[in-house]
Design a protein around this ligand. Sequence first.
Ligand code: URA
Length: 216
Amino acid sequence: MSTSNDLAPQVHLVNHPLVQHKLTLMRKKDTSTNSFRSLLNEISMLMAFEVTRDMPMLDVEIETPLETMTAKVIDGKKLVLVSILRAGTGILDGMLTVVPGARVGHIGLYRDPKTLQPVEYYFKMPQDMQERDVVVVDPMLATGNSAVAAIERIKTLQPKSIKFVCLLTCPEGIATLRKAHPDVPIYTAAIDRQLNAHGYILPGLGDAGDRIFGTQ
Ligand code: URA
């Protein structure tokens, strides 16, 4: 899988053809809830490849059928996937398929429709966050306000590192997140044109939560 880093440092565009093909299918307005969810699941597995690329590894001694060797394993338990409710669940499921040992945190934020500012209603993280690497997941980095608030809250627990994974973003979302948290790399499958007046990404894919859960 290849990434391009030339748009801005710390913004990783996951431009692998499989990811781009599946994203195009997800964007189409006639794609069913069932297909949308499956595609998000598949893309999330592919994006997990990118975001875990530099994960620390441990050496363990194992027996092959022929001899003893020292081999590498990842310490999945050190990784925490933090889902921004509710749409983050769509990415979480796919990532857990490939990193089943990861711990999971949840943060509930809703966007006040008038101010577009995030309001927290739920926060639950694993123990010992100081020892863990965090990957925050939310399909849409739009205004960036929820991501900024979620990361601010997670930082109070002093994890070792934080990365942010989304499916789609736009220049406004990137700028807001980069300004507040320049130390947090962003992984995305696309950077769309702009936000509209309601905080939706254009051309985008609509409301990710509604499309994942069929609630529209
Ligand atoms: N949240 C969504 O679900 N879609 C957008 O376009 C922006 C925010």
